[in-house]
Ligand binder design. Structure first.
Ligand SMILES: [Cu+2]
Length: 157
């Protein structure tokens, strides 16, 4: 009986709401201080498009490559019936965000801590990677990362 209850409460947590994007128009400590200058100096007419699909608690591809100082349009497709997110303690502080484009709204803020993609929806993150590195990222919903929802971002020349 006790095990059944625990399993039930875990399911409730797994199905729980992912919350919303965490963006900031004020500089979070440790993030790029010149994000606004980078955004203003970047040509947004032809960004590099990278598509990331979320399905069965996995990112596809699990390893993605971006190019430093290049305008980038990351299209995140949630092809599942539950909410998912992207979090990276190392990557997000090193990018300058031009916009977050969702089905119902466009958010403009230079800094982001978490991107949430509701079930069946698509979101775009327009940004410039400003530093080289190999950055781990994962879903922030409880239990998802341990189910395999994690990946690696390479920022190269
Ligand atoms: Cu997830």
């Amino acid at each position: 009986m006790r095990h059944k209850l625990m399993a039930l409460s875990l399911m409730v947590v797994l199905a729980g709401c992912a919350g919303t994007d965490e963006v900031s128009t004020r500089l979070p400590p440790g993030f790029l201080t010149n994000a606004q200058e980078i955004i203003a100096a970047t040509d947004w007419s032809d960004p590099e498009v990278v598509t990331l699909t979320i399905r069965d608690h996995a990112y596809s591809p699990a390893e993605i490559t971006f190019h430093r100082d290049r305008a980038t349009r990351l299209v995140v497709v949630n092809a599942s019936d539950s909410d998912h997110a992207i979090e990276s303690e190392q990557f997000f502080p090193d990018i300058a965000v031009e916009r977050i484009f969702g089905s119902d709204q466009t958010v403009r803020a230079p800094w982001i801590k978490k991107l949430v993609v509701p079930a069946g929806q698509t979101k775009e993150l327009w940004f410039v990677p400003a530093r080289f590195g190999a950055y781990p990222f994962q879903c922030s919903l409880p239990g998802h990362a341990s189910l395999g929802e994690r990946g690696l971002i390479d920022v190269v020349r």
